[in-house]
Write a protein that binds this ligand. Structure first.
Ligand code: NAD
Length: 327
């Protein structure tokens, strides 16, 4: 069997998790890693994979068919557009880019080059979220009425990210994507209020409350932040409650799902199986020449929701959305 050769651009926290996930997929092979950080290069080399500082060298390798891009949120555009120009298929970490303008440029580059572009909205690859989506779509819950999501994460995340992106851009974008996917409709109005519950020295909010109206009448609410103290028993609180007129589904990650206890004393839902599923879905789409399961349009919709929520929080007014902006 000829393996699909993959390059990885960005070997930080999630880049390393992608490398571990790719190692579990027999149809693909991680052949090179690019990261300008000396520490990252050393870590990549010790994993036995070729490591280089400049991603352009990786893109020049004709053997590499596709790349996974896991650079910081505000640094997706340059490598993604260069990868498309080099004819490589792309699995790009969320958010596609912090703004719709940058996202459009990335989508256009992929379209013009005729390469596949998948956005890494990992929640769609957790079995628990897939169960919730299937129950909502099956009609078991009756007519959908409302959805509540919570993603409050440990304060060390906000310290690690150091204000390079907002909490909605980093965390909320996951749930905005899931809400749109589960509800199966487009968002039409968003209202958001922010709070700074914990002072951490960076110029971004740390707690947000967003309500969303969808074009099928469903109303949703996301409580999102990164203020949970380090001594909190689970270190995070992730939830999804879907209410229909015949039943409800409740996901509760803080209390019920498999967790991994880290050396830092915190625990996180086990991300690796979802990342394996995500990378496998990407590799399968390449090998079968099929559509990727999370499109650039999906990524742009989630970014439009983040941008609208932030605009609403700034102005104190609801913001209307038009799906033509991402279709
Ligand atoms: N899907 C998920 O569950 C999940 C979880 C965490 C982060 N993310 C996303 O993954 C991306 C990376 O986040 P992170 O937390 O791993 O960041 P990080 O800061 O831990 O790692 C980023 C890495 O990219 C490298 N880098 C910077 N510029 C580069 C370039 N031009 N070429 C190659 N490498 C470069 C940095 O040196 C660093 O090693 C972000 O978009 C983030 O939102 C997704």
């Amino acid at each position: 069997m000829k393996k699909t050769k993959i390059g990885l651009i960005g070997y930080g926290e999630i880049g390393r998790a992608h490398a571990a996930a790719l190692a579990q997929i027999t149809e693909s092979e991680l052949t090179a890693i690019a990261d300008p950080s000396q520490a990252a290069i050393k870590a990549a080399e010790s994993s036995g994979t070729k490591a280089i500082a400049d991603y352009r060298e990786l893109l020049a390798d004709p053997e590499i068919e596709a790349v996974v891009i896991a650079t910081p949120d505000h640094l997706h555009g340059e490598p993604a557009i260069a990868a498309a120009a080099a004819g490589k298929h792309i699995l790009l970490e969320k958010p596609i880019a912090p703004t719709i303008e940058q996202s459009l440029k990335i989508r256009q580059a992929a379209d013009e080059a005729g390469v596949k572009l998948m956005i890494g909205h990992t929640l769609r690859f957790f079995p628990e979220y897939q169960f919730a989506k299937e129950r909502a779509a099956s009609g078991d819950l009756g007519r959908l009425v409302s959805v509540f999501a919570r993603r409050t994460n440990i304060i060390t995340q906000s310290r690690r990210i150091q204000g390079r992106i907002s909490v909605l851009g980093f965390l909320g974008v996951h749930d905005f994507d899931v809400l749109r996917w589960v509800v199966g409709a487009e968002p039409v109005r968003i209202f958001c209020e922010n709070a700074t519950s914990v002072t951490h020295g960076y110029d971004v909010e740390d707690e947000t409350f967003t309500t969303i109206r969808f074009d099928n009448g469903v109303v949703a609410c996301l409580h999102c932040g990164w203020f949970v103290p380090e001594n909190h028993p689970s270190g995070f609180d992730f939830k999804l409650d879907i209410t229909g007129d015949k039943g409800i589904v409740n996901l509760d990650f803080a209390n019920a799902v498999t967790t991994l206890h880290g050396t830092g004393g915190t625990k996180q839902p086990l991300l690796t199986p979802a990342l394996v599923n995500e990378n496998r879905a990407f590799v399968t789409a390449l090998r079968q020449d099929a559509s990727v399961p999370v499109s650039a349009d999906d990524g742009m919709a989630a970014v439009a929701m983040v941008n609208a929520a932030e605009q609403s929080a700034r102005t104190g007014k609801p913001v209307d959305l038009d799906a033509d902006a991402w279709r």
